[in-house]
Ligand binder design. Structure first.
Ligand SMILES: [Zn+2]
Length: 213
């Protein structure tokens, strides 16, 4: 069984890397973001609580996230293991996870702040059908026009340089103590995320001693 945590800033490509691991090793992808979206789409009690908090301008608090992850892990449907994404968010959560689930490795995908900024600022969203674009990886055929529906491509409101830099700083501030802990426990592998998805995946497998792609 392989139990991994994947950590990386938004835009680092961890979603793609997790999919590749999931596909070849039957790992269950436990994504906090996806679980939260599911709750919101299904109008659960938890979604109502999250709505209130987000409307009040706060991020989803750590204890709510903790509750979500505990419930999800307790389903024990991960016979071959899991890749946990979006958790832990602080040192006590990281300690709990190591003690309770005997995590094998932490995959830490690193990219520079400038690359994050470039990637996030290259994102666009179709104002009509909601399809995502990124001018670095997924360009539309015609400038600022959706390939599918002809709608206008726009930036998300909070994808401006100021907000992105704030998110980057917040990420570092929150994540560094958790990274330090995993580093001390010798669980962490650092992976250079400024490369092609194929090369990143190869490097993950090499460092985790998994069979190559
Ligand atoms: Zn569209």
């Amino acid at each position: 069984m392989n139990k991994y945590i994947i950590i990386g800033i938004q835009g680092c490509g961890k979603g793609t890397q997790t999919q590749l691991l999931q596909r070849d090793f039957d790992l269950v992808h436990i994504s906090v973001g996806e679980i939260i979206r599911w709750h919101i789409e299904n109008h659960t009690k938890l979604a109502a609580r999250i709505h209130r908090l987000v409307n009040a301008g706060t991020l989803v608090p750590d204890d709510v996230v903790e509750q979500i992850v505990h419930r999800r892990l307790e389903e024990h449907d991960w016979n071959y293991g899991f890749v946990l994404d979006g958790f832990p968010r602080n040192v006590p959560q990281a300690e709990f996870l190591m003690e309770s689930y005997d995590v094998d490795n932490v995959i830490h995908i690193t990219i520079s702040d400038e690359v994050v900024l470039q990637r996030v600022l290259a994102r666009r969203l179709c104002s009509k059908c909601g399809l995502d674009y990124n001018f670095i990886y997924h360009r539309p055929a015609a400038k600022d026009i959706c390939d599918i529906c002809g709608g206008e491509l726009v930036r998300r409101e909070d994808d401006n340089e100021h907000s992105v830099r704030e998110r980057i700083n917040h990420y570092h501030l929150k994540t560094e103590p958790v990274l330090d802990l995993f580093r001390t426990k010798k669980l962490m592998v650092d992976i250079d995320g400024d490369d092609t998805p194929e090369n990143i995946q190869s490097s993950i497998r090499r460092k985790l001693a998994l069979p190559p792609v």
